[in-house]
Design a protein around this ligand. Structure first.
Ligand code: UP5
Ligand code: MG
Length: 186
């Protein structure tokens, strides 16, 4: 039967602003399926796909991979999830991403969360993450910040944004996130 696909995107909040951390907590509390575009791309590298080397090189340079590839991975993950509630983390990052997603998936987000965090704090977090990410070095981090600045227009596109102060401790940020979810869905 027909099922409404409810998509909530957490878009291009900066690198290290806490998208992944907060999404994990939203999943525990509200039962969404968390799809991180970056995680899907890293899985694609590990799977030995023909695009793996290209993706790996782009991530090392902090560059955005072609929209059609990211959208394909998101679409596959959505279909495989069996869920109809999605947190799409770190996507779209530019106009082209947004248009490609909407034309393939055919859904627009209910609302968008924007995690507001200073560059100094994001840099500190990324440099101390220690999970072996090839892009967590100061050289690539600077490039990621630059690409993030270029992606601000796609955030502006969304009118129904919830801006959250993400510079606070994890639990405090989550209190603000919870308030947004509760007021939107109760
Ligand atoms: N931490 C989290 N919250 C904290 C808090 N409140 N206080 C103190 N510490 C906090 O958090 C980062 C670190 O900070 C962790 O150690 C955490 O414990 C701590 P995390 O939740 O992982 O932040 P997040 O915003 O998810 O950071 P991430 O590095 O994942 O963001 P990016 O947007 O840079 O990375 P992503 O994986 O989304 O993309 C990587 C690359 O993939 C891109 O650069 C690009 O090359 C490619 N990509 C595309 O090409 N297209 C896409 O659509 C998406 C990605
Ligand atoms: Mg992340």
């Amino acid at each position: 039967g027909w099922k409404r696909k409810e998509v909530i995107r957490i878009p291009v909040s900066g690198p290290g602003s806490g998208k992944g951390t907060q999404c994990a907590k939203i999943v525990q509390h509200f039962g969404y399926t968390h799809l991180s575009a970056g995680d899907l791309l890293r899985e694609e590298i590990k799977s030995g796909s023909e695009n793996g080397t290209m993706i790996q090189n782009m991530i090392k340079e902090g560059k955005l991979v072609p929209s059609e590839l990211t959208v394909k991975l998101l679409q596959r993950a959505m279909n495989e999830s069996g869920n109809d509630k999605f947190l799409i983390d770190g996507f779209p990052r530019n106009e082209e991403n947004r248009v490609a997603f909407e034309s393939v998936i055919g859904i627009v987000p209910e609302f968008v969360l924007f995690f507001d965090c200073s560059e100094e704090e994001m840099e500190r977090r990324l440099l101390s993450r220690n999970q072996g990410r090839e892009d967590d070095n100061i050289e690539t981090i600077k490039k990621r910040f630059k690409v993030f600045m270029e992606s601000l227009p796609v955030i502006e596109y969304y009118n129904s944004k919830e801006k959250i102060d993400a510079g606070k401790p994890v639990e405090e940020v989550f209190e603000a996130v919870k308030a947004v979810f509760t007021s939107s869905y109760d």
